[in-house]
Design a protein around this ligand. Structure first.
Ligand SMILES: Cc1cn([C@H]2C[C@H](O)[C@@H](COP(=O)(O)OP(=O)(O)OP(=O)(O)O)O2)c(=O)[nH]c1=O
Length: 201
């Protein structure tokens, strides 16, 4: 049986694989993202996903390595994680009332085959006042996330609508990843899902 290795320290990417019960082992990748030169967002996440994927060696024969990189792109600016509150404020001010794109690059590789793709989701923010932004920054949710927000947490309040895969914004385009993993012999264990029925009785 092929073994999936998630080359990532992102808690979000782990949670997303857990959501569909894909068994994996997480292994930290050690790529220095600050050394990357800026290019188009699509080329950037493609190159970083590949660098991260190749930085984790196979430790046994039947491993399948999965890596990813996510950025926010707005009017030619590629936004990664903010370094401090001031930068986070600038990013959110830029995104306020506008539509931006979130790109995630994904690499899947085994000793026999490789897949790399990039998924894009468009996100529209509500117009945000300085107070809205400062209230959000006070939550501390911004700092480890591209574009300085987390759509899955307090940042959901900032978002008016999205077009594309929601999970792509959170860091892994889940349905496309799961579909690609099939060709590597890796499948979600859907029998483990709990079925909870709620309602009036
Ligand atoms: C836009 C957005 C990004 N993010 C996160 C996903 C990614 O973890 C992070 C972007 O940083 P990445 O460099 O893609 O990933 P990472 O450094 O967290 O983890 P690793 O490289 O080890 O895999 O931003 C959210 O969680 N929610 C959002 O709404």
């Amino acid at each position: 049986m092929p073994q999936l290795v998630l080359a990532s320290s992102s808690p979000r990417r782990r949670e997303l694989l857990d959501l569909v019960n894909v068994p994996y082992e997480a292994r930290k990748q050690l790529v220095d993202e600050s050394k990357m030169t800026c290019r188009s967002p699509r080329a950037y996440v493609h190159a970083l996903a590949e660098l991260k994927g190749r930085s984790v060696p196979f430790s046994v024969d039947n491993e399948v390595i999965l890596s990813a990189d996510t950025v926010v792109s707005f009017e030619g600016n590629v936004l990664g994680k903010p370094k401090n509150r001031e930068q986070a404020f600038q990013m959110l001010s830029m995104l306020s009332g506008n539509i931006h794109d979130v790109y995630t690059g994904v690499m899947i590789r085994s000793s026999e085959q490789e897949t790399i793709f990039v998924e894009k989701t468009s996100v529209e923010f509500w117009p945000l006042s300085k107070e809205d932004i400062n209230d959000y920054l006070d939550t501390g949710d911004s700092y480890d996330k591209a574009g300085a927000y987390g759509i899955q947490s307090h940042g959901s309040i900032l978002v008016k609508q999205i077009k594309g895969d929601y999970y792509n914004v959170v860091g892994l385009p889940l349905s496309r990843v799961i579909r690609s993993l099939r060709s590597y012999g890796i499948y979600p264990d859907l029998s483990q899902q709990e079925h909870k029925v709620t309602g009036n009785s």
